[in-house]
Structure formats: C-alpha cells, structure tokens
Design a binder for this molecule. Structure first.
Ligand code: G3H
Ligand code: 13P
Ligand code: ZN
Length: 309
C-alpha cells in the first residue's frame, strides 16, 4: 500500500467534523510510537518532517521508515513536509516521493506569499502532490526562528479567500491564537473561534490547518520536572478547544511539542529509576510507549478520528 495524499482524508474529516493528526517525526521510535497508536485506533495519519528533522535524520532514512510503517501496518499514511521555507525544499521533497508539502510563505508580504505558494502548487499538482500554505503569523519557535507575541498576526478572512482562489492551494494554515512550542499563552489560553467561524463561512468545505496545537500536557511537564528537568510555566492549547476547532473546518491539527514532552518525561524517569541501565532499547522503548499512549489519547479524545482510517 503506497503513501496517500490528504485529499480524501480531509473531505471525510470536514464532513464528519473531526481532524486528522499531523505528528512531527524525527527518528524510528517516534515513528513507531505514533504509527502503533494509529494502527490500534484505525485512524488516518499524517507524518510530517521539518527541515530540522531532515537535517537530523537525513531524508532517506525518514522516508524508508515511513514506508516500513505502511508495510508493517497497512495504514494509509500521508508523508508531509512541515514548514517548507522555499521552492527548492518543496521541490526536493516532491521529487523524493512526499505526497504533501507545506510552503510556509507567512513571513513574506501577501503578494510574495501568493507568488511563492502558486509556484509550489503548480509544480506539486503536476506530480499529484498536495500543498498546504500559511497565512497570518503564529508566535513561538519553529526551526529556531522565533516570532515574538507582538509580531504574531491573525489571519485576515478576506485575504484567506483571495489567497486560496489565486493560488489554488489545497489547505491553509491559519493563525487564530495558537503558537509553536511549550509557551503558548501568557495568561488564560484563548483561541479566536469567531474568526475561525468567519473563515469557515467564507471558505465552505475547505480544509483548514492548525499549527502549534500541543496541549503541553501538564502531567508530562510535571514528570520531566520531577525527574530533574526544569520546564517553568509552560502552557498549551486546552484539548476541548482543539475538539471544538475540529468541528469548525479544521481538518489537520499539528502536534510536535507533546511528543517531545511525552518521550522526554518517560526517558528522564527511566534514567532516574534505573541508573544502572545503559541499554538504549530500555529507555528509548519507554519513550516509544509513552508516545504511543499519548497519540492514542489524542486520536480518541481530542481529534475524534478513531475508526476513520
Ligand atoms: O513547527 C515546527 C515543528 O515543531 C518542528 O520543529 O523545526 O525543531 O523540527 P523543528
Ligand atoms: P507544537 O510544537 O505546538 O506541537 O506545534 C507543532 C507544529 O505546528 C508543527 O508544524
Ligand atoms: Zn507548525
């Protein structure tokens, strides 16, 4: 069974009011943990690779691991480039066999973002690959680029309509208050659902994407800190807000930080509880199990995509 695009996944997600999880992958244990959970839950799945992941693991390893996951489970999986910053990286991933790429032109002025996105869409569509773009700016850190809260801008609904019409992009990441990393909110967590509803009304049946959607699960932050970590004051998007977004046209929800926290918490605990162990399989295996349990929870209780594969 080959890699698939997200076209049919998003159509069903939109009409049945759930979201597909897009999880960031960097190594074998992360891939196995996520895929195991999706297989058990019979859920649609997007595995996404950032430029940082490509640099860390090398593209060919990640691609082959994802192919192995498909062979092992028979699941439909989308292999997606996360936050492609220019045409070249998107082209490379398309040529390498990715079924979906993100061109993130959100840091550019509107017209430049349109021109860049359109160039990628034209190339991708010719090869049967789908494209995600971004309009509006999220706060937070991604690929070491920091956007401060004051430089974040929410998506303008009229611009979103014009952007989609002119670029023919397949899905659009919007900024409604989420941000990347573990420190999403200074005060109470808040998303602009009114803005989301406006965008959905103006772009009916169109798949929207939410980045920066980790909940920063307190139990994992606590566990990291209980076993020697120091993660102060982290705050993420409450899970009911993600569920609500998934009923309002958000078809793809991106999660990375929660994977990092789950894995790190389990490994920290394992090191402290078993200081004499030096077999990487022992502690990486615990990290992999923690990821599997956390992803199963997201699929069942947050995204609502259990049984939708
Ligand atoms: O949004 C970005 C993802 O969390 C990827 O992070 O660039 O450190 O791999 P990374
Ligand atoms: P988090 O790090 O907040 O989970 O965001 C992930 C993301 O948006 C990847 O593109
Ligand atoms: Zn992102």
């Amino acid at each position: 069974m080959p890699l698939v695009t997200s076209t049919d996944m998003f159509k069903r997600a939109y009409s049945e009011k759930y979201a597909v999880g897009a999880f960031n992958v960097n190594n074998m244990e992360i891939i196995q943990g996520i895929v195991q959970a999706a297989a058990k839950e019979n859920a649609p799945l997007i595995l996404q690779v950032s430029a940082g992941a490509r640099k860390y693991a090398r593209p060919v390893y990640l691609k082959k691991l994802v192919e192995a996951a498909i062979e092992d489970t028979g699941l439909d999986i989308v292999l997606h480039l996360d936050h492609g910053e220019d045409f070249e990286i998107c082209k490379q991933c398309i040529d390498d066999g990715f079924t979906s790429v993100m061109i993130d032109g959100s840091k550019h002025p509107f017209e430049e973002n349109i021109a860049l996105t359109k160039r990628v869409v034209d190339y991708a569509h010719e090869k049967g690959v789908v494209v995600e773009a971004e309009l509006g700016k999220l706060a937070g850190i991604e690929d070491n680029i920091k956007v401060s809260g004051k430089n974040a801008t929410f998506t303008d609904p009229d611009e979103a309509v014009e952007f989609v019409e002119r670029t023919k992009v397949d899905s659009l990441a919007i900024a409604i208050g989420t941000s990347h990393g573990a420190y999403k909110f200074k005060g109470e967590p808040k998303l602009d659902f009114e803005l989301l509803e406006t965008i959905t009304r103006l772009l009916p049946e169109y798949p929207l994407v939410l980045h920066g959607s980790s909940t920063v699960i307190p139990e994992f932050v606590q566990m990291c800190n209980d076993f020697g970590g120091n993660i102060p004051g982290a705050k993420g998007v409450p899970e009911p807000m993600l569920r609500q977004a998934s009923k309002l046209g958000v078809c793809k929800i991106n999660i990375d930080t929660d994977l990092r926290l789950a894995m790190t918490a389990a490994i920290r605990k394992s090191f402290v509880e078993n200081p004499d162990v030096f077999d990487p399989r022992k502690y990486l295996g615990k990290g992999r199990t923690a990821i599997e349990e956390m992803v199963a929870h997201k699929i069942k209780d947050v995204l609502g995509c259990s049984g939708k594969a």
